[in-house]
Write a new protein. Sequence first.
Length: 313
Amino acid sequence: MNEQERKAAVTLCLMAAFADGSKHERERAEIRNIAEALGQDAGLNVAALLQEVMLKRASLATAAAALTTPESRRLAFELAVGVCDADGAQSAAEREFLAALRDALGLDQGESARISERAEALATAPVATAAAAAPAAAASTLSREAQDQMILNAAILNGAIELLPESLSTMAIIPLQMRLVYRIGQSYGYELDRGHIKDFLATAGVGLTSQYLEQAGRKLLGGLLKSVGGGMLGGLGKQAVSSGMSFASTWALGHAARHYYAGGRRLDTQMLRQTFSELMGEARNLQSRYLPQMQAQARTLDAGQLLQMVRQG
C-alpha cells in the first residue's frame, strides 16, 4: 500500500471502531492514545484521522475510493471486520457498517461473508475447556512452575502470531489471552464466563478493540500485512522484528490473573491495574530473550491453523 491507501485503510479501521457507538469512555481514551502512538511511529497523523472520524467528517465512500487494487480493498475490509469483532460478535450497527463498506469497496457478497464468518468464529470461540474445575480455594491445582510455563508458552505463541502477516491472524491473540485467564481462574476453583474475563481484561487496562487496533495498525503502517486471500507479502511478516506487544500483554495478563485469583479476587481496580502495569514493564524486558522462540514458532504457523488452535486451547 502507498501512503494514500494506508491512510484510507486506517480511516476505515477507526470508523469501524466507533461503528456501534457504544464504546466505553475508557476504551475511547485508549483508542485516542493508540492513534497518537501509531502516528508517531509511522509518520502518519493518525490522531487527526481519528478526530475526523469522531466528528463524522470522514467519508466511507472517499476512503474506499482511495483503495485502488483488489488486494488493498480486501485487506481494508478484513481489518475493519477484525476491529468490529475484537470485543465479541458483531452488533447490528457493526453489521450495517460492514455491509455499507462491502458495497463501497465493490467486494463480492459471498467472499465478504466468508471473511466475516471466519472472524466471528475466532471472536466467539468458547473459553471453557473440558477440564473439571477445582473447589474454590486459595491453592491452585497447578504448581507454580506449571503456571509459569503455561503463561510463558501462551506469551510465546501470541508473540509468534503477531509475526504472521495475514490480517485475520491477529484476531486469534485476544481469544487465546482469554483462554489463558480462564485456565488460571479455573485452577483456583473459579468457573468464569466470557463476560467476566472481558471485565477482568478491561479492569486490568486491556481494551479489546484498542489492542487489536494497535496490533493490526502497526503491521499495516509498517507494511507487514497481507490479505488472507491475497499474496501481497508472502511470509515476510514472519521475519519481521515484532514490537513484542502481544508477548508482553499475554505474559502480564497471565501473572496478573494469578495474583487476582490466588488472592480470592479481592484486588480493587487500582491495584489490579497497577499490578498489570508493573508486570508489563517486566514482560517488555523479557521479550528480546524469547524473540528467537517466537520467530521459530511463527515459521510453523499459518492462518488456517488458528481457528482450530483457539477452539482446542
